[in-house]
Write a protein that binds this ligand. Structure first.
Ligand code: FAD
Length: 603
């Protein structure tokens, strides 16, 4: 079972990605160049990632007191990925990029996520560098971003602290001006940072020559106090090793120290670290304090960081999706080979007949269709959203602005739907394997453990839900929601006759979501409206995926088994999944207080 035909179908038959060639930026591209990128990534993923997925799970990163040790396979995969040019795929030709549409880049990266999500494909590095390309000075781009695109340096994002996870306004890392002339450092206004950053992925390793940390910290006011709230947060480049204006290492180690590695449930191929900034373990120029260079203006750190976080959220959604796909393929293969049980005929079961393979049982098919509908539906949504990113960057002004607004509303879904439902897919993949699925002899338990992270990082599920109901559907007069509704209505109006029932069901779901949104905000009382934000997110996500499936189904013509399968997954989603939204939306519309009002001592 190969992912490639599904990717090809979605990119070409459904999204017609070749139409992007008409844009000046992509004029040199063609189906051939897109295929070449996909071929290369598929091959590297097959050769350098997939065979080592279990290795990186078993051989967890360890610290020998000086260095973090990772399996050789991780070094080889890192090198192969860097050499493929994928880190700078979307960048301009002048700086060594391919000017590849993001839609194709996202599709190509899907192969790595499926082969071994935790070896990783440089998402943090390219996200870090992309942020610098958007908000950095010319020299910051030259010295830091370009060396990240080449793979020479790698990148991190340092937001979380032990006491500040979801609530970033409580960040306590301090940044103070670094002596006389701090403002005129060629690399950007120079500060000294002191504080602790928790959960930092890829925060320490020997994969690259240098690690470029992007760190959120607060600059104290004239009285030495930290400004409360997110307005006080600024963004800094803090390299692990100091560099000169040519990007060469100066030989000085910056004052960033590994305090410890976190030992995780899954995703073990990536180091996860607690980093101490500025505690004096590696004094710089005679003093404690990690040297950091301001990016953008003081107080605008979170705004800049959001540039990276939105990309990261699409990336997280894609990772969750591909883990769902990996489990689907593994359990499909198992179900085709495992003999167990006999069909029940009119006279009961005939024990003299050979056992059937479990794929012949309706309940196994149910679990396979559920996985397929969650994972391929989520993949289609991720690629649709990636196509919106291309529209936002290269479309005509009106279309670009619509794409921006649609992305605002869809990003929480792109991140959270697969995080929840492709995790459920992994659980079903274990179920199909029976007891064998619960052992480490089969890959599905690792997929589940790896996937369990995705509802937690890049904004927890609860935080995504509040972002959707509390901000995204209301922003700019609810324009994003209206645009999304218009797209759903357009799909419903052009379906072929055999999809008319589903089209009606979709319009009904849309009406229910709209009514619940209004009912939740009836008295504009945020605490009441948001108390049931997660059921709202679930209903919204299911409505979006139903729409995506209805749209995909219109392109899935003919009797080829893959097309029959797509139509079956679409029907499954409408019949078994979409009806769930009524229950979810009931508590939203009623602003049900059961959870909010239960007293703590009643637990
Ligand atoms: C493996 C891993 C990798 C990570 N990588 C990075 C990284 O590279 N860089 C980085 O900066 N961070 C990283 N993180 C941190 C991650 O983003 C945080 O764990 C996440 O934001 C949640 O913060 P927390 O763990 O402090 O949980 P908390 O914020 O304490 O949340 C605990 C629970 O409370 C809920 N909650 C919190 N506030 C509210 C509220 N106002 N209303 C309702 N419910 C609420 C949450 O939804 C959650 O269920 C990583 C985490 C992990 C586990």
């Amino acid at each position: 079972m190969s992912l490639r035909p599904t990717i090809d179908f979605l990119l070409h038959d459904w999204l017609q990605v070749e139409s992007l060639q008409s844009r000046e930026r992509f004029a040199d591209h063609s189906r051939e160049t897109f295929d070449a990128v996909l071929d290369t990534c598929e091959r590297i993923a097959r050769e350098k990632y997939a065979p080592f997925n279990r290795t990186v799970d078993i051989e967890e990163p360890r610290f020998d007191g000086e260095k973090v040790i990772l399996p050789q396979a991780t070094h080889d995969a890192y090198k192969a990925y860097g050499e493929s040019g994928m880190l700078s795929a979307a960048q301009d030709y002048e700086i060594g990029g391919m000017q590849l549409p993001y839609t194709v880049e996202a599709a190509a990266n899907a192969f790595f996520a499926m082969a071994s999500v935790s070896i990783g494909s440089g998402m943090l590095t390219s996200g870090n560098a992309n942020l610098l390309m958007a908000h950095g000075t010319e020299l910051q781009k030259q010295v830091f971003a370009l060396n990240e695109f080449s793979g020479r340096f790698s990148g991190t994002m340092c937001l979380s602290e032990p006491q500040a996870g979801s609530s970033l306004s409580d960040v306590m890392t301090r940044a103070t001006p670094d002596g006389e002339g701090f403002e005129s450092d060629a690399l950007g206004p120079r500060y000294r940072l002191r504080g602790n950053k928790m959960w930092i992925s890829s925060g320490e390793h020997e994969l690259s020559e240098n690690i470029i940390h992007l760190v959120l910290a607060k600059i104290p006011d004239a009285n030495g106090q930290l400004v409360p709230g997110v307005k006080g947060i600024s963004l800094f480049i803090v390299p692990k090793k100091l560099v000169d204006t040519q990007g060469q290492l100066t030989g000085e180690r910056n004052d960033v120290a590994l305090a410890g590695l976190n030992h995780k449930c899954g995703w073990r191929g990536t180091t996860n670290t607690l980093l101490n900034f500025g505690e004096g373990k590696y004094p710089v120029r005679g003093g404690a304090g990690a040297v950091g260079y301001l990016v953008g203006r003081p107080g605008e750190g979170l705004k800049c960081m959001f540039h990276m976080m939105n990309e990261a959220r699409i990336g997280v959604g894609m990772a969750a999706t591909m883990l769902g796909m990996a489990g689907y393929y593994a359990s499909l293969d198992y179900a085709k080979n495992r003999p167990q049980g006999r069909p029940t005929g009119a006279g009961g079961k005939d024990a003299s007949r050979p056992q059937v393979r479990i794929i012949e049982h309706a309940d196994i098919k149910r679990m396979l269709l559920a996985q397929k509908s969650y994972s391929e539906g989520a993949l289609a949504l991720a690629l649709y959203s990636a196509r919106l990113v291309d529209e936002q960057h290269t479309g005509q002004a009106k279309a670009a602005d619509e794409a921006r607004l649609l992305l605002e509303v869809l990003t929480p879904i792109v991140k959270s739907f697969p995080s929840e439902w492709c995790l459920e897919a992994n659980s079903l993949a274990i179920q199909i394997h029976g007891g064998y699925g619960y052992t480490r002899d089969f890959p599905v338990e690792q997929y589940w453990r790896d996937n369990r992270l995705n509802m937690i990082h890049e904004g927890t599920h609860g935080i995504q839900a509040m972002d959707l109901l509390g901000r995204k559907v209301l922003m700019e007069g609810g324009q994003g929601l209206k645009l999304l509704a218009a797209r759903m209505q357009a799909t419903a109006s052009r379906v072929s006759p055999e999809w008319a029932d589903e089209a009606r069901q979709l319009l009904d779901a849309l009406q229910q979501v709209g009514a619940a949104t209004q009912a939740a905000w009836k008295d504009a009382e945020p605490a009441q409206a948001l108390a049931n934000a997660v059921p709202y997110l679930q209903a919204f996500g299911h409505t979006v995926i139903a729409w995506i499936w209805l749209d995909v189904a219109q392109s899935a013509q003919g009797d080829a088994p893959a097309q029959v399968g797509r139509r079956a997954a679409a029907r499954y989603f409408f019949r078994y999944e979409l009806p769930k939204i009524s229950a979810w939306l009931q508590v939203v519309s009623r602003r049900d207080p059961t959870c909010a009002e239960v007293p703590e001592d009643a637990f």
